[in-house]
Design a protein around this ligand. Structure first.
Ligand SMILES: *[C@@H]1O[C@H](CO)[C@@H](O)[C@H](O)[C@H]1NC(C)=O
Ligand SMILES: *[C@@H]1O[C@H](CO)[C@@H](O)[C@H](O)[C@H]1NC(C)=O
Ligand SMILES: *[C@@H]1O[C@H](CO)[C@@H](O)[C@H](O)[C@H]1NC(C)=O
Ligand SMILES: *[C@@H]1O[C@H](CO)[C@@H](O)[C@H](O)[C@H]1NC(C)=O
Ligand SMILES: *[C@@H]1O[C@H](CO)[C@@H](O)[C@H](O)[C@H]1NC(C)=O
Length: 362
């Protein structure tokens, strides 16, 4: 009797051991994932779920060179810089935070992307877009993810997931383009260039410190490109199609101070591998000498509404340039897939990151 009753419970115990064993093998495999914070340069679909946002890449011809060619939320014809860098490092591409299909398993295997078109370091940036996630908001959402994952996979596994992960933060252009440089925002008359940049960098420093407090150990912050050379900035100048040098100066000043702040955090925070990715001069060279880098046009967007410029966004009524790989810019704000690829490869080189995968799939 007693013997007979023991058998099934032994079997249950054995299978439990087996199950737990498998579970811990899976959790200990140490899948390294990314958590991405950013603006439209890194958005992979969040804003398409923010139905009131005025910054969305929900219509053709966005995504024309990505997968099926349908819009996917990227503000590009193809891949973002973060897509390409992650691919080259052999990391999975994190889904958009607002993607309803995302569950604990997807986060555990792929990480998560909180980037949102219009997002800025400062809360008030891009308020005219009505809906967007600022960097503070994105960090708040990340804290929610942490609580959720602790509940789903346990404290220790969650700590390992976040501690091993790569954090990417790419922000700042909107704080100028859709805040400081527009007189409708009070920041444009509250600050001068120096005090505004200092305010941005102080805020960014606090935000990166907060991410460290939350467990981020490996983090890369991407500096700004020559944003005075985006087609919109050139066309707004009217008198010529040259780059707006005053806007470029703001980007350079921000990069200089943000770089110093990140080096300081890396030196003072325990176990922090914080890096600053800056390819401003390389991007400027692509714009100045497009032919040397395989491009034919570095001043106009590939996607335009005939001769009407600027248009806020690429639309199904727009016409496209003949060869998208020959244009540096896709729309008035954002580089093409090909330009992003060159920027990503140069960033990897400068950060001494070993390329482990040559995947070129989009
Ligand atoms: C910015 O927004 C966050 C919420 O997303 C809030 O906690 C914080 O206090 C705000 N900071 C400022 C300076 O308004
Ligand atoms: C830093 O890393 C060491 C070794 O992995 C660990 O023992 C220590 O707890 C870490 N400190 C912090 C603050 O993360
Ligand atoms: C470069 O652009 C010019 C006009 O802007 C065009 O005539 C020429 O065919 C283009 N060359 C290539 C290789 O695309
Ligand atoms: C990359 O390696 C070079 C040469 O070894 C070194 O000078 C440079 O500081 C390194 N850069 C980073 C970001 O580690
Ligand atoms: C990636 O491609 C480069 C150049 O074609 C090659 O040298 C390298 O070995 C490749 N790396 C891998 C991991 O396939």
């Amino acid at each position: 009797m007693a013997y007979e009753r023991k058998q099934p419970s032994l079997a249950v115990a054995l299978s439990l051991v087996l199950l737990l064993g498998l579970a811990s093998i899976r959790l200990c495999r140490g899948d390294v994932v990314q958590f991405i914070f950013g603006d439209s340069l890194s958005d992979v679909g969040n804003n398409n779920y923010l139905t009131k946002s005025l910054a969305r890449a929900a219509l053709p011809w966005y995504g024309i060179d990505f997968g099926s060619g349908m819009p996917n939320g990227r503000f590009c014809n193809g891949r973002t810089v973060a897509d390409i860098i992650g691919d080259k490092m052999g990391l999975p591409r994190p889904p958009a935070f607002l993607d309803p299909a995302v569950d604990a398993d997807a986060i555990f295997k792929n990480g998560l992307n909180y980037a949102s078109g219009g997002g800025g370091i400062l809360n008030e940036t891009s308020s005219l877009f009505i809906q967007r996630f600022s960097l503070y908001k994105q960090i708040e959402l990340f804290q929610g993810t942490q609580a959720y994952m602790r509940e789903k996979i346990g404290e220790a596994a969650a700590d390992k997931l976040f501690g091993d992960a790569y954090f990417v933060v790419a922000m700042g252009a909107n704080d100028f383009i859709n805040n400081y440089l527009l007189p409708v925002y009070s920041d444009s008359w509250t600050y001068n260039a120096d005090t505004f940049v200092a305010h941005m960098v102080t805020t960014l420093s606090a935000q990166l410190k907060l991410l460290h407090q939350l467990g981020a150990r490996r983090l890369t912050f991407f500096g700004l490109g020559p944003m005075g050379c985006i087609p919109l900035q050139r066309i707004l100048q009217r008198s010529s199609t040259a780059c707006q040098e005053s806007t470029n100066k703001l980007a350079l000043s921000f990069n200089k101070q943000a770089g110093a702040a990140i080096r300081e955090l890396a030196a003072s925070l325990p176990n922090a591998t914080f890096q600053f990715g800056d390819v401003y001069d390389y991007f400027q060279d692509i714009i100045d000498r497009p032919y040397m880098h395989g491009f034919n046009n570095s001043h106009a967007p590939c996607c335009t509404l005939g001769k009407i410029r600027p248009t806020l966004t690429c639309t199904p009524l727009s016409t496209l340039c003949k060869d998208r790989s020959k244009y540096v810019f896709w729309d008035e704000y954002h580089p093409t897939d090909r330009a992003n690829e060159l920027i990503a490869l140069e960033t990897l080189k400068r950060l001494n990151i070993t390329v482990v995968a040559n995947s070129t799939a989009s």
